[in-house]
Design a protein around this ligand. Structure first.
Ligand SMILES: [Zn+2]
Length: 508
């Protein structure tokens, strides 16, 4: 665990480093000043919680506080929507500035669209459809950042919150309708996460066991290390992992006090966008906060579907022991449910109508990453029927067996993905060889943990292998554009988190 002195030095370094990016964003916010004013006036009650100290070193802010454990930053947020946002923005200001700059670089690099275009999309398309509760929370983040002297405005925050849907869903749709030239990188989402949920006779104690590893760029993954304990004024209490500055978990792993256990993996090669829909990050957060059953979860996440970040949602209800998979397309939605079985996720869609009408996915090519991982999930889950528990789930999430090559060895076809070790572009994917992308952290929960609002999580590749950014960039100069933001990704220990914790435990 870092000492306060080390933290101070690190934060000063970050502050210096990102002054450049923040300067750019300031220019952007000045360009969009009239839009910003409209957003600000639409947000509700800006009453600000009391400040205890005016410093980045602040660790407590009204009812909110933060501490570090196992490489994660645990953040407790409590109060009205604006208060929750304000605590979030204030307590995590350095991390939000850092993550915003990294994500902005990725979004603009990968799409060829400038940041102002994402701000416009946030202002004109997304903001009017966001529930007032979450408008207030987002405004709270911007206000908390301002109090911490971090110059990001509400348009930056809303566009940033949509980082999983604007570049990979909205931009391809926009390029198609405007007949824009195809950008250098195909933007369709392909490989995002490996996950499973099992129940009944499949698990050791017959309760629910759920595991998920987050697949994304290492740029994002090294920053996806927040553990949010949220006590909202309405709805249920939430424990979820997340990325600084975003109101949804976004890799979508969490539990709520109504007994819901939630995760997802993305539908590969999905195409579709509805400009009149509600942003996915809002629907996902709302469902995590308000769902008390599989049916109510489905109802909330489907309401106003914009097609963004289209996922196979894996759900568990610890009260009943029932689990479900909700495949949420824009044209088709299908729900599978069982009290004795499992559902796995590895980016493969399952409904033939979704596959045919909404994707270009080939479910029959065993060389593709999603299909290879689907086969591996079936091997592991069938091979361990009746024995599945949290300890086995940890092992599954770090698994390196390639079912296509029929051998051990981490790559982009293994449940624990290591894109930097993948020398090919796999079928269906457009990711370049050696893309630093893959499993960046993992989480596991079972019914007993969910009942006491806790789960276990590990930073970095769930197998424990570390990633050396400097060595990687020396070996692969084609990724030098990432050098300002690519970092080492060291694996942390599997670490327990539960709601209402106040102090860090000794380093393990
Ligand atoms: Zn691994």
């Amino acid at each position: 665990m870092s000492s306060p002195v080390e933290n101070a030095g690190w934060r000063q370094g970050i502050a210096k480093f990102f002054r450049f990016f923040l300067g750019l964003s300031l220019v952007a916010s000045q360009l969009g000043a009239s839009g910003s004013a409209r957003l600000a006036s639409a947000a509700s009650n800006p009453a600000r919680p009391r400040l205890l100290q005016d410093s980045y070193m602040e660790t407590t802010q009204d009812k909110g506080y933060r501490f570090n454990r196992g490489g994660w930053i645990y953040v407790h947020l409590e109060g009205s929507p604006h208060e929750i946002g304000y605590q979030h923005g204030y307590l995590l200001a350095p991390e939000i500035a850092d993550t915003f700059a990294a994500v902005r670089l990725e979004m603009t690099h990968d799409t060829g669209h400038d940041w102002d275009s994402f701000r416009r999309a946030a202002r004109m398309m997304l903001w009017p459809k966001i529930d007032p509760e979450y408008q207030a929370e987002l405004q709270g983040i911007a206000d908390g950042l301002e109090a911490a002297k971090t110059k990001l405005d509400i348009e930056d925050i809303v566009a940033f919150n949509a980082f999983s849907e604007l570049p990979d869903y909205y931009v391809p749709w926009l390029n198609a309708v405007t007949h824009a030239s195809i950008p250098a990188r195909n933007l369709e989402a392909f490989e995002h996460c490996s996950a499973f949920v099992a129940t009944g006779s499949w698990t050791k104690d017959h309760g629910i066991v759920m595991g998920h590893n987050n697949w994304t760029s290492y740029i994002e993954g090294t920053r996806w290390r927040i553990m949010f304990d949220i006590v909202p004024q309405t709805g249920y209490r939430i424990l979820m992992d997340g990325i600084p500055g975003v109101i949804a978990s976004d890799d979508d792993f969490g539990v709520n006090s109504a007994g819901m256990m939630v995760t997802e993996t993305t539908i590969a090669n999905f195409r579709g966008w509805n400009t009149n829909g509600k942003a996915e990050f809002v629907r996902a957060r709302k469902a995590m906060q308000y769902a008390d059953s599989i049916d109510s979860y489905a109802k909330i996440i489907e309401d106003g579907n914009n097609g963004g970040y289209a996922n196979d949602w894996l759900l568990g209800d610890r009260k009943t022991g029932e689990i479900a998979r909700l495949e949420l397309g824009l044209k088709h939605t299908k729900l599978w449910r069982t009290s004795d079985g499992y559902f796995s996720g590895a980016n493969f869609p399952s409904d033939p109508d979704v596959i045919k009408d909404e994707t270009t996915f080939d479910p029959n090519n065993p060389a593709s990453g999603p299909n290879a991982r689907r086969i591996r999930w079936d091997q592991l889950l069938n091979g361990n029927k009746g024995k599945i528990d949290a300890s086995l789930a940890e092992i599954f999430l770090g698994d390196h067996f390639d079912t296509f090559a029929k051998k051990e060895g981490a790559n982009r076809r293994t449940l624990c993905g290591h894109g930097d070790a993948e020398p090919e572009t796999l079928p269906g994917s457009t990711a370049p060889p050696f893309d630093p992308w893959g499993a960046v952290q993992g989480k596991v929960v079972d019914s007993k943990m969910a009942a006491s609002m806790e789960f276990i999580a590990r930073l970095g590749h769930p197998c424990g292998i570390n990633f050396d950014a400097e060595k990687f960039l020396a070996d692969h100069p084609e990724f030098s554009w990432q050098s300002p933001v690519l970092r080492d990704m060291d694996a942390g220990p599997w670490t327990e988190f539960h709601i209402g914790e106040h102090v860090a435990q000794p380093a393990q």
